[in-house]
Design a protein around this ligand. Structure first.
Ligand code: CIR
Length: 253
């Protein structure tokens, strides 16, 4: 169960954020409204939400999930692989220190973005992507093992981050699409195959029994409800324009 979440208000400069999507430029005012509803959804799941101020220096800084991994035993500040995002970690450190006695760091030449990390109980799957490299993943595994947890590396080719195509919903249920459906390491889960046309919704998020699902993906919503979960939809269309999924808008702990 989670009790808190950290989010960061989108900045006007988000219109210059990194993207591979062909969905147009995000509308800042709409993004602000959507972000408020996202915060409300987190609160509806019983979380206390800590809101960091917008930072115009970092267009992608609202995607807080990428800059830290928060576990029940330790906090780890990552070293983002995207050069324009690297120093987003600086503004995250103070708030992490409020909640964790010490904060471990991923250091160069290692890079990690935590959108590449999927937690399944005390095991962490780490995707090797254009943003997370082998040295970063090895550093992360050492830190996890020092704290009595484990990690393993997953290769990926088709998507930005590991969790772009995967969402663990607890109870051994794993939303997956594309290349992840056939990976041997995920065959032990109850794989919930997300329709290719709704691949964005693979990044749905389990929070204390409720699953947050992006608005506009009815097949996936139906699939998740069919497993007995309560679903709360959240419209995050303006963040999707920047390749950002539901999970990357918050750090839950
Ligand atoms: C980026 O390319 O870094 C941002 N525009 C989107 C980051 C999305 N983060 C995530 O999926 N964990």
């Amino acid at each position: 169960m989670f009790s808190k979440a950290i989010v960061k208000t989108p900045c006007r400069a988000m219109t210059n954020g990194i993207t591979t999507a062909d969905l147009g430029i995000p509308q800042f005012e709409v993004a602000l409204e959507q972000h408020l509803d996202y915060i409300q959804a987190l609160k509806d799941c019983g979380l206390e939400v800590l809101i960091l101020d917008a930072d115009e220096n970092y267009p992608d800084s609202t995607f807080v999930e990428d800059v830290a991994l928060l576990t029940p035993h330790c906090a780890i500040l990552t070293n983002p692989g995207a050069s324009t995002r690297r120093n987003e970690t600086l503004s995250m450190l103070p708030i992490l220190k409020q909640f964790y006695a010490s904060v471990d760091l991923i250091t160069a030449p290692g890079t990690v973005e935590a959108g590449d990390i999927m937690m399944v109980e005390s095991h962490y799957y780490i995707g090797l992507s254009q943003r997370t490299n082998h040295q970063g993943a090895e550093q992360l595994i050492s830190i996890l093992e020092k704290n009595n947890m484990t990690g393993s590396i997953v290769t990926l080719e088709e998507v930005l981050h590991l969790k772009t195509g995967l969402g663990y919903l607890e109870g051994n249920n794993l939303l997956a699409c594309g290349e992840f459906l056939t990976k041997p390491e995920f065959q032990k889960f109850n794989l919930m195959s997300v329709n290719e046309k709704e691949s964005y919704a693979a990044n749905s998020v389990w929070i204390n029994g409720t699953v947050l699902v992006p608005f506009g993906f009815p097949k996936t919503k139906y699939l998740i409800e069919g497993k007995g979960y309560k679903v709360r939809t959240v419209d995050v269309s303006e963040f999707q324009k920047l390749d950002g999924g539901l999970s990357c808008l918050s750090l839950r702990f």
